[in-house]
Write a protein of this length. Structure first.
Length: 239
């Protein structure tokens, strides 16, 4: 087994995953096999490959939403590494609060909560005091070009692009050293894609690592330090 280096934020090794379809007689649907890669501090690693090869599944496994069938997911936690693959739910929740954040393709929040409160709550979870958290939220929403008149409204009333900007602001509100991004710019126009690229670049410069999926070729070209072809690990054809 590979010994992580001090530069590594994430080491994924020998990762296997299949889903069991209990409503179909226990049929097993293989997804990926023997996935291996690392993410270093300040590095943006992009998962590549056609739809259906398991890119989003890998992100969810790393974040602890799915438990793998085999392999290790070593996440830097101070001077040690936490194996997400075998960690308890409490340890995974703690890691999400302190170490790794996630920006999905869709905003899922409690109804009727104002946009600025959603982002400020994420900043408070990251350790900021309430006043500083609100200032952080306002700064991010401004940088992502969300009109101030919308800040005190619930995002359920927003367009898809506006909702996604709230989603991105929430993901960047804390001080996670690893950020997992699942097509964060898919519903954004060119101006707002540029704003997201700038946010990512700034966080990279401060040492944050990224594991991401970008279908926009321009965004990938501007941000990707390395591309991982997930087709090499995909079991979709076997299914």
């Amino acid at each position: 087994m590979t010994k992580p280096s001090t530069k590594d934020l994430l080491v994924v090794e020998g990762l296997d995953k299949a889903f069991t379809l209990h409503l179909h007689g226990g049929l097993r649907l293989p997804v990926v096999s023997q996935v291996q890669f690392t993410v270093a501090r300040g590095e943006c690693v992009v998962l590549d490959g056609p739809s259906g090869v398991g890119k989003s599944s890998i992100l969810k496994i790393v974040f602890g939403n799915y438990r793998p069938d085999a392999g290790r997911i070593l996440l830097a936690d101070g001077d040690r590494f936490l194996d997400i693959a075998g960690a308890s739910p409490r340890a995974v929740i703690s890691a999400r609060r302190r170490i790794m954040g996630y920006v999905s393709q869709f905003l899922r929040v409690i109804p009727r909560v104002p946009a600025i409160d959603i982002v400020a709550a994420a900043a408070r979870e990251g350790g900021l005091e309430p006043q500083a958290a609100r200032a952080r939220a306002a700064s991010l929403l401004t940088r992502l070009n969300l009109s101030e008149r919308l800040w005190r409204l619930p995002p359920a009333t927003f367009s898809g692009g506006e909702q996604q900007r709230v989603n991105i602001a929430r993901g960047f509100a804390g001080h996670h050293i690893l950020l997992i991004l699942d097509e964060p710019t898919a519903s954004l126009d060119a101006e707002n894609r540029d704003a997201v690229v700038e946010l990512i670049s700034e966080r990279q410069a401060s040492g944050t690592g990224f594991l991401a999926i970008f279908h926009d070729e321009d965004v990938r070209a501007r941000l990707a330090d390395r591309m991982i072809d997930v087709s090499a690990f995909s079991m979709s054809e076997a299914a």
